[in-house]
Design a protein around this ligand. Structure first.
Ligand SMILES: [Zn+2]
Length: 438
C-alpha cells in the first residue's frame, strides 16, 4: 500500500499531539549551582526536568519544553534532599509536664496524639530539607506505620519514612517498671516488645514486619542480660527473610561488639563505640548512626559526654567507618522546629573537624544507602524521584548553608518556595497514590 507522504506526516503529527496531550506536565528547574554530594563537586547552570514526580533529564542549558513550568533557582545552590538516619517523629518529650522523662510522655500522650505530632514533626523535618527519615521506634502503637502510609498515600506531606515499628528488646526494654505495672498491666508494651527466648524473638520480628515496619530495631544491651551474639544473629536471619535490615541500639562496648559480631546493618548511638569497635565496623561495613548530640542543645548532653562524642566521631571518620547523620531527636527545644533541632547536629560534626563535603555526604549519599533508597530516591539522577532542596551559599564550603533551606521539592511537587512552605499539592481527601501501600 502506498501512502502519500503528506498523509503520513499528518498522521505522525496527530500521534505526537495525542502523546503530548496525554503526557504529564513538565517542570523545569534552573539550578545556578548543582551539587553532587557523592563526588563533592558542583556544576553551574544546570537544568533539571521533572515529570510525574521523577527526574527525566539533567544538563547544562537544556532546552526547556514548551508549556513547562519554570522554577528559577539560578541564584541558589540545588542539591538532593537530606537524610536523618535516626529520629523519633512520634515522640516529643518536654520539660513540662514530664520533666523530659519519656517514660511519662508515654503514659500522658496517647498514640493518636503522637500520630498527629508525628505528622507535624515530619512536616517540620521536610521544611528543613530532610526528605528521608529513618524512624527508629518509640512511636506508640505503630503511629510510625500510620505516618509512613499516610504520606505514601498522599494524605499529608512529609519525608519518606523508613520505620522500625516497635523496638524489640529483652524483658523491660529501656524501662524499669514496677512488678505490678509490668506483670499486671503490660506497661512496657507498646514502647517495647519483650522478646527473650528464640521463639519470642522470631515472633516479635514477624509482628513488626506484619504491622508495617521497614527495618527492624533491637535493643542489644538495654539491660545487663541483653542479647547474645546468637540472639542477634537470629534477629538478623529472621529479618532477612523479608529483605529487612537490623539496627541495634547499643549503649555498652560489649553490646556493640556483640551486634557487630552478629552482623547487624547499623548501630545506633556512640556510647559503645571504641577504637577497636570502629576498626571492626569499618572492616565489616557496619553503618554508624552515632546520634551525636551537640552541646548547643542545652540540657541534652553534658560537656564530658560531648567531648567524648566529638573525639569518637573523629576517630570513626579517621578509621573510615561508614558514617550516617543521625540525631535521635525525640524532644522539644523551645524556639526550634524538629527540623531545626536536627540540623543543629552539624555543630558536632564541625567540632570533630570533618570537612563540609564529607558531612554533606553523610547527610545525603550515605543516608540513601543506609535507608536503601539509593536506586529509587536520593541521588539527582534521571529516573529517580525528584526530591530536591536549594540553599543560598555553598554547603561544600560551609555546611551552615544548610541551616536555611529555602526550597524543597518532594516527588516533583513544590513543598517550599522562597523560604515559605506551600504544601497545597500534598493535601488530598483520599489515597491518591493507592490504598494501603505496604
Ligand atoms: Zn533513638
Amino acid at each position: 500500500m502506498k501512502l502519500h507522504l503528506s498523509v503520513l506526516f499528518c498522521l505522525l503529527s496527530a500521534a505526537a499531539t495525542a502523546l503530548t496531550a496525554q503526557s504529564p506536565p513538565t517542570t523545569a528547574i534552573k539550578a545556578g549551582r548543582l551539587i553532587d554530594p557523592a563526588t563533592g563537586t558542583a556544576t553551574n547552570n544546570q537544568v533539571i526536568l521533572v515529570q510525574a514526580g521523577k527526574i527525566t533529564a539533567i544538563g547544562p542549558n537544556l532546552p526547556i519544553p514548551q508549556g513547562a513550568e519554570v522554577i528559577d533557582l539560578s541564584k541558589l545552590t540545588v542539591l538532593p534532599g537530606l537524610v536523618d538516619a535516626h529520629n523519633h517523629l512520634a515522640l516529643t518529650y518536654k520539660d513540662v509536664p514530664e520533666n523530659n522523662i519519656y517514660y511519662l510522655t508515654y503514659v500522658l500522650d496517647s498514640t493518636p496524639l503522637r500520630a498527629i505530632q508525628a505528622v507535624s514533626n515530619g512536616i517540620q523535618m521536610l521544611s528543613s530539607g530532610f526528605t528521608i527519615v529513618r524512624d527508629m521506634g518509640n512511636n506508640g502503637n505503630y503511629a510510625d506505620t500510620a505516618l509512613r502510609v499516610g504520606i505514601e498515600q498522599g494524605w499529608v506531606p512529609g519525608p519518606t519514612v523508613i520505620n522500625s515499628g516497635i523496638i524489640i528488646g529483652s524483658m523491660g526494654g529501656q524501662f524499669s517498671p514496677t512488678p505490678e505495672m509490668a506483670k499486671d498491666h503490660n506497661i512496657v508494651y507498646p514502647e517495647y516488645l519483650d522478646a527473650d527466648t528464640p521463639d519470642e524473638i522470631v515472633k516479635a520480628v514477624r509482628q513488626n514486619m506484619l504491622f508495617g515496619a521497614k527495618v527492624i530495631k533491637i535493643c542489644a544491651d538495654c539491660k545487663p542480660w541483653g542479647y547474645s551474639v546468637e540472639d542477634i544473629k537470629l534477629v538478623v536471619h529472621e529479618a532477612a527473610k523479608a529483605g529487612f535490615k537490623v539496627e541495634a541500639h547499643c549503649q555498652t562496648v560489649d553490646g556493640a561488639r556483640r551486634a557487630i559480631d552478629a552482623g547487624v546493618w547499623s548501630i545506633a548511638h556512640d556510647s559503645g563505640m571504641t577504637e577497636e569497635n570502629h576498626r571492626l565496623m569499618a572492616q565489616k561495613g557496619v553503618w554508624r548512626a552515632g546520634t551525636e548530640t551537640p552541646i548547643s542543645l542545652a540540657g541534652h548532653t553534658t560537656k564530658e559526654r560531648y567531648d567524648r562524642t566529638v573525639k569518637m566521631l573523629r576517630n570513626a571518620h579517621d578509621l573510615k567507618v561508614p558514617l550516617t547523620f543521625s540525631t535521635d531527636a525525640d524532644y522539644w527545644v523551645k524556639g526550634k522546629t524538629r527540623g531545626q533541632v536536627a540540623i543543629e547536629f552539624i555543630e558536632t560534626w564541625k567540632a570533630a573537624g570533618i570537612p563540609a563535603p564529607e558531612i554533606l555526604r553523610a547527610m545525603t549519599t550515605n543516608g540513601y544507602r543506609v535507608s536503601e533508597t539509593e536506586t529509587v530516591r536520593g541521588p539527582v539522577k534521571v529516573g529517580l524521584a525528584a526530591d530536591l532542596i536549594a540553599v543560598e551559599g555553598n554547603p561544600l564550603e560551609s555546611i551552615d548553608a544548610l541551616r536555611r533551606v529555602s526550597f524543597v521539592m518532594k516527588d516533583g511537587m513544590v513543598f517550599k518556595r522562597d523560604g515559605v512552605v506551600t504544601p497545597e499539592q500534598f493535601f488530598n481527601p483520599g489515597p491518591v497514590n493507592g490504598w494501603r501501600i505496604r
